[in-house]
Design a protein around this ligand. Structure first.
Ligand SMILES: [Zn+2]
Length: 89
């Protein structure tokens, strides 16, 4: 039996479950929201496909805010978008 299977996580944008390593973590620590490509940052985390459309969806329906219990303003979203573009596949 395989015990080291990659855990599945759900993208807060499209709500699809995917292996954790195909998603990117967004962490919220002390009110600061940032991309967490290592998946090791402190604080609450939410997972997202590395795609602009999923981030936009997640923000639009406030799924990201709900998962992280934080308010995300336009500026923060722009920053996240910029950072996410580097990981987009
Ligand atoms: Zn997605």
């Amino acid at each position: 039996m395989k015990t080291n299977k990659t855990p599945m996580r759900r993208c807060v944008g499209c709500m699809e479950s995917k292996p954790k390593d195909q998603l990117i973590r967004i962490a919220c620590y002390e009110g600061q929201v940032k991309l967490d490509p290592t998946g090791k940052a402190k604080g609450r985390g939410a997972y997202l496909c590395p795609s602009e459309s999923c981030l936009k969806k997640a923000v639009k329906k406030r799924a990201l805010e709900r998962s992280l219990s934080v308010k995300i303003d336009e500026d923060e979203m722009e920053t996240l978008l910029e950072e996410l573009r580097a990981y987009e596949r």
